[in-house]
Structures are given as structure tokens and as C-alpha cells.
Design a protein around this ligand. Structure first.
Ligand SMILES: O=c1ccn([C@@H]2O[C@H](COP(=O)(O)O)[C@@H](O)[C@H]2O)c(=O)[nH]1
Length: 225
């Protein structure tokens, strides 16, 4: 866990935009979260340029493929000096074990359980009938068995998981300050609620990046924790 649990999600294709927001919010956040949009546009060199700003980097690629392919991707990321990287727990035990073996020793490896954009109806639509809480618990158990460092879950599941896995990392998106637009997020709480429930990292994107003043938005969230 970093001293400041707030990581800003920089979902942009543009390096200059990501750098400008990161510089503005740097005094108020513990790190930067770069995801698929940034990585598909800017690649490893873009990640290196962001790392030059001096904040820990969580590279949120949500790798989900057969064990050999995921292990190869993690070998390719070695040398970037990442703070954290992730896979999808739905890839299964063997895939996560292969990921663990391939991940750089200094990089935390976590697994996504159930995306925060999904609710019970969405899960039923993909054949999971017993709801987000049961599916998150099932995938978190598998993640722990594979030897990973923790999971991505919504604020609604984090209290139960963190009580059962005290040393785990609990990375929680689906964070919305009171009154903020939900967008595509469905399982949400406020930053303070999620932290009190046991989150070790809060991932917050649009409430900061879409704000008229991202630095002020990040400062207000940090002050609320
Ligand atoms: O279940 C998940 C896993 C990852 N994310 C990522 O977090 C941020 C959230 O951005 P907001 O703008 O605050 O909604 C985004 O980059 C997602 O890819 C997630 O939301 N849920």
C-alpha cells in the first residue's frame, strides 16, 4: 500500500494530456493508473515517459488469455519498473500461476474479479446467476490460491474480502464522490466509504480527469479520506 491510496486513472490516448493531468494532480495522489486506451496508443515507451514523472505506475492491462500468452506478455513488461500490473481472475488458476511466475519480483500482481460496470443482471446475462458478491468471493479465493498479491473488486465486496485476506491488496474502482456522474459504473461508493470498507488503493478517473480543475478535484478527494 502506498502512503496515499489515491491513484488517478488516466484514460486518454494522448501522452501530452496524460502528462499534463499527472503533473497537476501529483501533489494529491499516490500514483498513476494507465490502462488499455493509453497503452494501445503509446505502448511501453509512453509508460516510460509517464514513469519519468516519479510516481508509482499501475498498468491496468487486465490480461486475459491462455497461460503461455499471459506469461509472455508479463515477460515483455519486465524492465518498465511497474508498481502493479493485473490479469483477469476469470483466466483461471493455471493462468494466474503462470502470471505469478512470469511477473517481475518487484511488481505487485493482482487479478480483476468482477468489473465494477457489471451488476447482477449483467452477470446473469453471461451465465453467472448468483450475483456479484458470490462471484467476487469465488474469484478472490482462486486468486489467493494462485499466490497473487490481491484483487480488483468493487467497494461493495471489499469489507468481506479484506476481513478474510488481511494481507491482501484491495484495488477499488467504481469510486464516485457524492453527486458525481456514474457514467458506466454500477457498483459504486464514495472515496471515504470505500477506504473505510477496506480498500488499499482507490482508482479514480473521470471525477478527476473530466473536472474543470483536476488538481482541485484530486485535492478535494484526498482531503475527504
Ligand atoms: O472493475 C474495474 C476494473 C478497472 N476499472 C478501471 O478503473 C478506472 C475507473 O475510471 P472512472 O473514470 O473513475 O470510472 C477505469 O480506467 C477503468 O478501466 C474499473 O472501472 N472497474
Amino acid at each position: 500500500m502506498t502512503a496515499n491510496p489515491l491513484f488517478v486513472g488516466l484514460d486518454t490516448s494522448d501522452l501530452g494530456t496524460a502528462q499534463a493531468i499527472a503533473r497537476a494532480v501529483a501533489p494529491h495522489v499516490g500514483g498513476l493508473k494507465l490502462g488499455l486506451q493509453f497503452f494501445t496508443a503509446q505502448g511501453p515507451e509512453g509508460v516510460r515517459r509517464m514513469a519519468d514523472l516519479g510516481l508509482p505506475i499501475f498498468l491496468d492491462l487486465k490480461l486475459h488469455d491462455i497461460p503461455n500468452t499471459v506469461a509472455g506478455a508479463l515477460h515483455s513488461l519486465a524492465g518498465l519498473g511497474l508498481y502493479m500490473v493485473n490479469v483477469h481472475a476469470g483466466g483461471g488458476l493455471a493462468m494466474m500461476q503462470a502470471a505469478r511466475a512470469a511477473c517481475s519480483p518487484g511488481t505487485k500482481l493482482i487479478a480483476v474479479t468482477v468489473l465494477t460496470s457489471l451488476d447482477a443482471d449483467d452477470l446473469t446475462g453471461v451465465g453467472v446467476g448468483d450475483g456479484p458478491a458470490a462471484q467476487v468471493a469465488r474469484l478472490a479465493e482462486l486468486t489467493r490460491e494462485a499466490g497473487l498479491d490481491g484483487v480488483v473488486c468493487s467497494p461493495h465486496e471489499v469489507a468481506t474480502l479484506s476481513a478474510e485476506w488481511p494481507e491482501g491488496e484491495f484495488v477499488v474502482p467504481g469510486i464516485r464522490p457524492a453527486g458525481a456522474a456514474l457514467g458506466d459504473q454500477k457498483r459504486v461508493m464514495t472515496p471515504a466509504q470505500a477506504l473505510a470498507a477496506g480498500a488499499t488503493m482507490l482508482v479514480i478517473g473521470r471525477p478527476i480527469t473530466d473536472a474543470a480543475d483536476p488538481a482541485a478535484a484530486a485535492a478535494a478527494i484526498a482531503a475527504s479520506l
